[in-house]
Design a protein around this ligand. Sequence first.
Ligand code: ADP
Ligand code: MG
Length: 637
Amino acid sequence: MSTDTPAATPTVETHAFQADVQQVLQLVIHSLYSNKDIFLRELVSNASDACEKLRFEAIADPALMADDSELTIDLAVDADARTLTLRDNGIGMSHDELVQNLGTVAHSGTRRFLDSIAAGQKVDAQLIGQFGVGFYSAFIVADSIAVTSRRAGHDDAWIWRSTGDGQFSIEPASADTPRGTTLQLHIREDASDYLQAWKLRSLVRTYSDHVGFPIRMAKPAANEDAEAEAATELEVVNQASALWTRPKTELSDDDYKAFYKHVSHDFADPLAWTHNRVEGNQNFTSLLFLPEHAPFDFQHSRDERKGLKLYIKRIFIMDAAEQMLPAYLRFASGVIDSDDLPLNVSRELLQESKQVERIKGALTKRVLDMIEKIARDEPEKYTGFWNAFGATLKEGVAEDASNRERVLKLLRFPTTRSESAEQRVSLDDYIGRMAGLQEDIYYITAESWNAARNHPKLEALKARGIEVLLMHERIDDWMSGYLHEYEGKKLRNVAKGEIDLDKLGDAQDKAKQEETAKAAAPLVERIKAALGDKVKDVRVSNRLVDSAACLVVDEYDMSLQMQRLFQAAGQAAPASQPILEINPEHALLQRLQAAPDDDARTADYATLLFEQAMLAEGGHLDDPAAFIARMNRLLVG
Ligand code: ADP
Ligand code: MG
């Protein structure tokens, strides 16, 4: 650029929106068309974020706020000019931040939003809400937007303009632009409602009442004469105090619901909440919510947890879900406001702090209390909760040894008496139904509901009327490694070790069983010889009634299912060979027993038994083609 360019010609730069932004814009405008109101909430929430950011930065650099220390958000309309103006004196944006924040898909929320659409998610208001693609929602009601901003501590100010059609421009703003951001929306013809002050007032009260900064508007004129005068007089239209600092008695359910939507970006009402003030050697307030539905990307968010906002003495510090809530409760959201933590606390410091450890303990307890209450008082609601978050809660059995008993109490499983996978019982229900001499809690893990309920290993227990918990979710097998005892009762995996059916009142069978085993001993030896090192052992089963054979592992060996998960994840699993258990009463084994010792078909039969048992486990065959050939040989033969 030549140096003699007249200074009077302001330089207007034109930028194209990142391609993705264009896409987001179109989606937002179309899918939120019938939900226009939310634009105001989004913009107010951005203004509030900007005020919080400034207050936070001012802890280290008080000069940033010295020129104007009362943080406010002002709303004004000009019906003739068709403009709605929203101004905050928060952190503001520099030239580069305007380009970056309003022109690209920089933040992870929008990125994930796009990825999810690419993955075929249906776009609706609910979905968009979850990501906070907030700013662009202004284009639902505005055909052009001007954002004038000066970042705190900077001398230069800038104006960003766009009509939402593919590009935006940036030009310098006048030097007397105050700190913070002013949005001027030129309102579309079909959105004229938003030019009416009463409408805006009512939206602020409904959606933004809890915002911790005063939201001000011109006082309504009492009469025509007073109009001019009133136009300059501002009044605060929201509560303007952080909601969680207000006494519970002053707060209505609607207040909590609106606040929940603000912190969680959920469009639906929360399932439950708990609001507490703790005083003593730790002073803090917590307000925690449980959602009704899982956000659709919920399972991916284990490593990037958001939703618990840490405030220190009313100042927003950071998202601290990772430090203050265990991962298995990551569906909970809300705020924690501590009086004792230092304002300059860092993430690393939080990680090591004993104080934080104690707060985390207290919050964990609160969330569990809240879940227990629903489980106890509202079973139907609890079913909904369990459908959405049961699998997540199960992680707690492994993750939180100190609360394991409480988490176990909350678990629900279908059993051999359930008619569908959705018919579940608690461990307490199960214990209440235990009859006769049964002392232990029995369960089986399998890869699906059908594999679990039809599992051959259940046959003997079923025949004796013993109920078995059917664990068929992906996480169950892993979790079962941490299931040892509940209420003094042993939890026993039916697929592992030997089951002592004698204990279950079958003493009279014992002699018969021993006899059968003795008679089958030569057969067992033959099968063992045929299978070689495919198995650790072959033995007569006491679990089978209708099936010919099954595979089990020793009590302390890794389950077959777990070994498969390891292999699928490309990890070397400690290989433990299974044990083949046979049912000598079964016709197939009877035939094998009757065959001469040197029958060439023995090897085929034995291998087939092993392969069948493997398939019943949901396992994979090493050599499926050989299996088919073998089966056909026997079918033909
Ligand atoms: P989000 O609020 O979820 O980050 P938005 O689309 O609402 O997404 O806003 C995008 C970004 O623009 C914000 O993260 C923030 O950096 C910036 N921004 C928006 N409004 C303001 C404002 N009033 N003051 C300062 N920065 C703002
Ligand atoms: Mg926002």
